[in-house]
Design a protein around this ligand. Structure first.
Ligand code: PHE
Length: 359
């Protein structure tokens, strides 16, 4: 019996000394495995007298149970120690900011397009797009610029080399000088009623404080059977009031000329220039903001729409220009210099909502 006690003591000690699951398993095999110490003793039972065998058998079974229980207990201790260690190592510090300082910002142009789109979407306009490389027809002819018309020259157009095998205006390929080209695409493919805005890049060969060779325009086109100048004015005044967040913003429409609208107008909004600082919605000064007019019947005809049945209005404005006015950005050229300090200063965070009227 004392043998068994001594063996038990020895095995229990090695169990307790096992520092991980693998060495514990080795201990188990050396005690209870096929060639283990306890198993070896069990094998000796056969040579004993029935009485000895009974007594020894019971003692060995007890020993086996006790050792098994010890191993199990040790295994649990080791497992929970391992788990604790893992939890400690993989701990997440919930006090850390879930939104680390964003590295990039939303460019003022993207932000402004987004804000303009929200306002026009509320008035039922959807967004249309078209190609930046155009032919003469979409940029000029369909928009009622007759060949040789002086307004063509005023657009400082970037032309590509003439298309091989074609002559005259047919051979011309160009970078669109305005988003009005997309009016043509839309009217050629959609049936009225039409209500679209067209944000996009436009190109003119010009470069100074207020001109860059690439800039953005927001075009608008509405065609139905009854739209008139009053609708045009109401729509644009409402747009400017929401965009500039001035409820009683003054506006006026001055007669102007565009080949593709008749009558044509330019819209001014009220501002103050007191002390050299421009403030929108104050004072008695005026600031030109966009061009607009009723779509010329010739344009409708060129696009396959019957001017005796349909009419409508169009407008176009510079997106950089309204962004500069709204966000106080002084130099147009800086928009496209990709200066990280400028982008950090004038850019917008992804969660920012600079115009609460739009949220
Ligand atoms: N396309 C004109 C421009 O670039 C703007 C405009 C658009 C005017 C639609 C009237 C109607 O200056």
């Amino acid at each position: 019996m004392s043998n068994i006690d001594a063996l038990k003591k020895e095995i229990v000690e090695t169990v307790k000394a096992a520092n991980d699951i693998n060495s514990l398993e080795e201990v188990r095999v050396s005690a209870l495995g096929k060639k283990g110490k306890v198993t070896g003793l069990m094998a000796g039972l056969g040579q004993m007298t029935p009485d000895q065998r009974k007594e020894m058998g019971q003692a060995l079974n007890r020993l086996k149970d006790e050792i098994t229980a010890e191993i199990e207990a040790r295994a649990n201790t080791l497992k929970s120690a391992a788990l604790n260690e893992r939890l400690q190592k993989e701990k997440v510090d919930v006090t850390l900011s879930p939104r680390p300082q964003a590295k990039g910002t939303i460019h003022p142009i993207s932000q402004t397009i987004e804000e303009m789109t929200v306002i026009f979407a509320d008035m039922g306009f959807s967004v249309a797009e078209g190609p930046e490389i155009e032919d003469d027809f979409h940029n000029f002819t369909a928009l009622n610029f007759p060949p040789g018309h002086p307004a063509r020259q005023m657009h400082d157009t970037f032309y590509f080399p003439d298309v091989a095998g074609k002559t005259g205006l047919d051979a011309k390929r160009l970078l669109r000088t305005h988003t009005s080209t997309v009016q043509v695409h839309v009217m050629q493919t959609q049936k009225p009623p039409i209500r679209v805005i067209i944000p996009g890049r436009t190109y003119r060969s010009d470069y100074d404080m207020t001109h860059t060779p690439m800039f953005h325009q927001m075009e608008g086109l509405l065609i139905d059977k009854t739209a008139h100048m009053g609708h045009l004015k109401g729509c644009l005044i409402e747009f400017c009031r929401r965009f500039f967040e001035v409820d009683d913003l003054k506006a006026r429409f001055r007669p102007s000329f565009f080949p593709f609208t008749e009558p044509s107008a330019e819209m001014d909004i009220g501002c103050s220039r007191a002390g050299g600082e421009l403030k929108i919605g104050e004072g008695n000064d005026w600031l030109e903001i966009l061009g607009c007019g009723m779509v010329h019947p010739n344009v409708l005809k060129s696009c396959g729409i019957d001017p005796n049945e349909y009419q409508g209005f169009a407008f176009g404005m510079g997106i950089e220009r309204v962004a500069m006015l709204k966000y106080g950005i002084p130099d147009l050229r800086t928009f496209f210099e990709s200066d990280l300090r400028w982008l950090k200063h004038y850019g917008f965070g992804p969660m920012e909502q600079p115009n609460p009227a739009l949220s």
